[in-house]
Design a binder for this molecule. Structure first.
Ligand SMILES: Cc1cc2nc3c(=O)[nH]c(=O)nc-3n(C[C@H](O)[C@H](O)[C@H](O)COP(=O)(O)O)c2cc1C
Length: 213
């Protein structure tokens, strides 16, 4: 069945009903990345076998298991981050708060593999506890990961990491848990950035007691 619109209209005067494969890749990208929002951003640090540090943001990212803890992000094609993870089997997900937004954004630049993106971003590499990849010292939280699996999906490669170490700074901790307002993470909305909306629990919500949903 033909879709309702061959391309994104300026204004939508009737419902959009499409097979996303019928749209160009940029148009489909704009559509779906504006609907899956907000996306957390994994600021992934790696090191090459030759010792070159690498840092890059990935918003196709989420927690995918909590026992043992696994996170996953997608590499759109083969990039330095993926090459380093394949070579070393390790990476760090740095959780960047709003003060690090400009630095994070700077590391999306397409640069030579030898180029130290910690330098480009003006952030400090510090040793991780359990992996060779460095942490961003200024980030308030870190997941140190070992590669568990990689799965090709469409034009992407899904990287699944087992989290072998978690670090949280005291500045984002309150009353036995991470305080989302203090963490104040950078999030992705369409091609733009955003912040966390106000955090609340609906009255009568069962969710605080539910571990597996
Ligand atoms: C906020 C943001 C989110 C991004 N998310 C992704 C992503 O999920 N996957 C991806 O492959 N590239 C993503 N990119 C683009 C990469 O960061 C960019 O291609 C980078 O140069 C890759 O670096 P590398 O070659 O050092 O791995 C994103 C860029 C920005 C600014």
């Amino acid at each position: 069945m033909a879709g309702s619109h061959a391309r994104p209209p300026m204004d939508l005067d009737r419902d959009l009903e499409i097979d996303p494969a019928e749209w160009s890749r940029p148009d489909t990208y704009d559509l779906v990345t504006a609907l899956v929002v907000p996306r957390p951003i994994a600021w992934v640090s790696t090191v090459s076998p030759g010792g070159h540090r690498n840092l890059a943001p990935h918003s196709y990212f989420n927690l995918v298991a909590d026992h043992p803890v696994h996170v996953a992000f997608s590499s759109v094609g083969v990039k330095d981050t993926l090459r380093n993870i394949r070579a070393t089997g390790e990476f760090v997900v740095n959780i960047a708060g709003q003060p690090l937004l400009s630095a994070l954004d700077a590391t999306a630049a397409d640069v030579e593999p030898e180029c130290d993106e910690f330098m480009i971003a003006g952030v400090t590499p510090e040793p991780a506890r359990c992996v060779q990849a460095p942490r961003v010292a200024e980030a308030p939280a870190h997941f140190e990961c070992v590669l568990a699996d990689e799965v090709p999906v469409g034009n992407c490669i899904l990287i699944i990491g087992r989290v072998v170490h978690v670090h949280v700074a005291p500045s984002v901790w309150s009353r036995r848990r991470v305080d989302p307002a203090a963490l104040d993470p950078t999030v992705r909305l369409s091609r733009r950035y955003g912040m966390l909306a106000p955090v609340f629990t609906p009255e009568e919500s069962p969710s605080p007691h539910v571990l597996a949903e």
